[in-house]
Write a protein that binds this ligand. Sequence first.
Ligand code: HEC
Ligand code: HEC
Length: 490
Amino acid sequence: MRRHRRGIVGTIILAALAIAAGGEGSVPWPHGAPPTSTELDSLVVDALDLFALERFDEFFEAFEKGEDSEHIHLRQERIDEGVWDKDALFNFGDSLFDHEFRGSDGYGAQPNAKLQRVHDGTRGGLDTFSCVGCHSLGGPDGAGAATQNTFFFGDGDAAASAQVRNPPHVLGLGFIQAVAAEMSAELQGLRDDAIKQATESGEPVTVALVTRGVDYGALTAHQDGGVDSSGIDGIDDDLVVKPFGWKGRFATLRRTIEDAARVHFGIQSHVLALQWMEEQDPALGNGPDWWDPDGDGHQRELEEGILTAGATYLAMLEGPVVIPPHDPQLRDRWAHGSALMDEVGCTDCHRRELLLTSPFWDETPDTTDGPPIRISLLIDGEGPKPSPLVQLYSDLKRHDMGPSLADPHADDGTGVAASVFLTRPLWGLAETPPYLHDGRALTIPEAITMHDGQGADSRDAFLALPESSQADLHIFLLSLTREPKVRVPR
Ligand code: HEC
Ligand code: HEC
């Protein structure tokens, strides 16, 4: 691999900006001492090297067509044989994220590939050519501006028919995936214990579904082993916490990546093609050949190995950070704003932290029975890393946000009502305008004011605060950001 982002972009850079801005030495650096000028020099050189490398890649692709596509073709069987370690997989995943998909990759359903803003039902766009085409705001692997909004599940024509979604940033998702999986396992354990008790005792057993302090309602197990799910709240009846997407659509990164490639680029994973062989889901196309559901003459458009690499890459990325203001007066206001988050009830939903009990994530293939790739979340890949008390500012639970925030329809296959959304993690917030699922809020205070439904009480409590306190809370939220790094923008 020629692309080695890891290790090249330095991690102690935040100090650099303040030095450039004439910051004084007494500033409390959240992530270690400010870099020395020698360290800074080497970071700048590294950033320039990376820039040159990426340019070279582009020239080389023009010189030798198909070279770039080689970086996004990776058979799972080769990974299972142990040919690639997780750092190599990170680089493959990095290439996937940057890759410009074209006809030669199976882009769209040739020969009719055309870009269209509003998706046609479950089939999708085509939206653009690369992941980075939407996830770029505020830096690599960032969020999307309003112009990068996606119009999911529409009629292929009118924006008003679609579920409009603003792209979130994709940092720290390995932690979210792992915490969610631990929470799901706990909830399912509670259910299974209740069923066991009910069948053994011959009496119905009701159990509270609480994990990591998050309350997902209750269920009742009956003596015949059946379950009454009517009291379950904020999660699907399968008790799988699905933390990805504004509505909580996916539990794992590999499924999120697979769906993104399918709907944005018409690039179909080999795993989906194998499923299509069993059951011809029209969201993939009408064949006629099983190995090519969208009938564009390209098979294995997205190898299972690339799902593994993409998920490994995302899981090894840095996490967002909290960078309070340096100015002592503003810092007091920041601390006050942080306390207000609890006082007005924001943290009832935007839970400050969720505990991750195991620091490992096993990225497991779908079809090959190969061994999982074990990722050490706190160590592998790019820094900074969050602590095991992951400060994501979400309960990973869905809430009814009221009719004013509802989608035009609920027709997305999740069965989740139009006004129901997952509590959006707020880490990294400062770099992700516009706000809310469709980007309707231009500023952070506007996003708060637009909370409704189950968020209405908290919104009212915020609005009842004196203006200066509202500003303090805003100051706090602006500290939820990402670590600045030296890079050469393109
Ligand atoms: C056309 C714009 C667009 C493109 C291209 C795109 N995404 Fe996204 N991405 C989005 C939007 C919008 C969402 C929110 C989806 C939802 O709410 O269901 C999203 C969500 C995600 C998420 C979940 C983030 C979270 O915290 O919920 C991941 C991971 C992701 N995208 C990865 C990718 C990858 C990998 C690619 C390339 C294969 C990609 N995206 C291409 C717009 C895009
Ligand atoms: C009932 C749970 C709940 C409460 C209480 C709540 N929120 Fe939210 N918050 C959500 C949900 C759900 C979303 C996503 C809604 C959407 O996109 O339509 C959200 C979205 C946000 C966003 C936009 C995030 C983004 O990336 O665009 C901000 C900012 C925010 N909340 C801040 C706050 C603050 C500050 C408070 C307290 C005044 C608060 N929230 C109280 C559930 C809640």
